[in-house]
Design a protein around this ligand. Structure first.
Ligand code: ZN
Length: 426
């Protein structure tokens, strides 16, 4: 059987060639592939629909794009790399002088060997992206240009699934899905989220978990606008992005900075001994900024490794599969898995024998302890759970305070409840 890291890499390699955008068939195809890992509902919201202060744009699709030099040689080909066409470019077909054509070519002179990723969602324009090295070789003459794209009334597409837990309260996990052939930003987030959802499905979680796969900004705004009535059920959320590259983790706190999820992330990143930075909320970055807008104000934090914009290949052709390691993806997956395990233990018990320690021996709880390798630790877990099951502390709080594995704290609470020493409050 394949390990999760290799499976995620393989999944990303499969998604890599697809030309995604904020709308269009690339998004649909991506969601169909996500659906093979984690069954999701695919939702279409029609062009023109108002979503808060925005409007669903026309749908963009593209089949081809190229530039031919004066000698008739194809010097740039969308079919080889979809970043070569400005994302959301208007269609164009014709012959242009070099001077005219240059007005429509984007490069990054400081990174001359990389092709930039550029978009023009809300301004009608056409254009190409190429390496600055190639740009400098262009000779005078007439160039043949084609962009076979369409902007038509259609829809914006997103994917969503609710993995039902024991309670209706939800934890939200959100990932953007709008970047074309770019790996760390954003295929790594899609892969880790899809595989996390797949894993959660086989568990019986306490909370319900809602995974959403949405185009950045407009998709988050659309989802929020369409699901406003459900927002009250969301306990907290995580935006996942940039999880396949780098040694360090970066956790960006929720807007208030002192949420339940902030406490859990800070604890896990420290406990796991991984290099990490914890940064405060800013109204910039990924879709945490939409979830944290003042009229929504959900406690949503964000996990990345190297933050956006801070690696050389960011938003360029260099952000390809060569950059991604299965190891980095697996570490990211494992951190989120542990965070989820702790978030999910957010339930409180009441000690029904709170005056003095209850006698564990006569209830057979020491027998329970005796035969195990971790008997001392399990006994400590029993004592911690008894002491802090005062109605104010959740199992998560107890795990954090005692630094005992959450699985052991849960097991201790279940044993104590079985013996009638604890009552579940929520
Ligand atoms: Zn991006």
């Amino acid at each position: 059987m394949k390990d999760t890291g290799s499976a995620m890499v393989e999944f990303m390699a499969d998604l890599y060639p697809i030309c995604r955008s904020i709308t269009g068939n690339g998004v649909r195809e991506t969601l169909h592939k996500v659906n093979e890992i984690l069954p999701i509902e695919i939702v279409e919201v029609p062009t023109g629909e108002l979503v808060f202060d925005w409007e669903i744009p026309r749908e963009w699709n593209i089949t081809d794009g190229y530039i031919k030099d004066p000698g008739g040689n194809k010097i740039l080909d969308f079919k080889k790399l979809n970043l070569h066409v400005l994302n959301y470019s208007m269609p164009v077909s014709g012959h242009f002088s070099l001077e005219e054509l240059k007005k429509h070519i984007h490069t990054i002179p400081e990174k001359p060997d990389l092709v930039p990723y550029r978009t023009s969602y809300y301004k009608e324009n056409w254009g190409f992206c190429m390496s600055h090295n190639q740009f400098r070789t262009l000779e005078e003459g007439e160039y043949e240009v084609l962009i076979d794209s369409s902007l038509t009334s259609g829809s914006l597409t997103y994917g969503e699934v609710l993995i039902e837990g024991k309670i209706r309260e939800e934890i939200l996990i959100s990932t953007h899905i709008c970047h074309p052939s770019l790996c760390n930003d954003n295929l790594s987030g899609i892969a880790v989220s899809a595989f996390l959802g797949n894993m959660l499905k086989s568990r019986e979680p306490h909370y319900s978990y809602r995974f959403i796969f949405i185009p950045g900004t407009i998709g988050a705004i659309t989802w929020l606008s369409q699901n406003e009535s459900k927002l009250g059920r969301i306990r907290c959320g995580i935006v996942t992005a940039l999880l396949g590259l780098g040694e360090r983790f970066t956790y960006k706190r929720t807007r208030s900075g002192d949420g339940y999820i902030d406490k859990v992330f800070e604890f896990i990143l420290k406990k796991e001994g991984v290099l990490h930075d914890i940064i405060d909320f800013t109204p910039y970055g990924y879709d945490e900024r939409q979830f944290s807008s003042p009229g929504i104000n959900l406690p949503v934090g964000s996990l990345s490794r190297i933050p956006y914009g801070q690696y050389h290949e960011y938003h360029t052709s260099g952000d390809n599969m060569d950059l991604i390691s299965g190891k980095a993806l697996t570490e990211s997956f494992d951190i989120l898995d542990k965070v989820i395990a702790h978030l999910d233990a957010d339930r409180r018990y009441l000690n029904l024998s709170p005056k003095g320690e209850p006698q564990l021996g006569k209830r057979g709880l020491y027998d329970n302890v005796g035969g195990r390798n971790d008997s001392q630790l399990f006994q400590m877990a029993l004592l911690w759970v008894l002491n802090f099951s005062d109605g104010n502390h959740s199992l998560t709080d107890i795990a954090i305070r005692s630094d005992i594995a959450i699985e052991l704290i849960i097991e201790a609470s279940e044993k104590l409840a079985e013996k009638g020493l604890l009552k579940l409050l929520n």
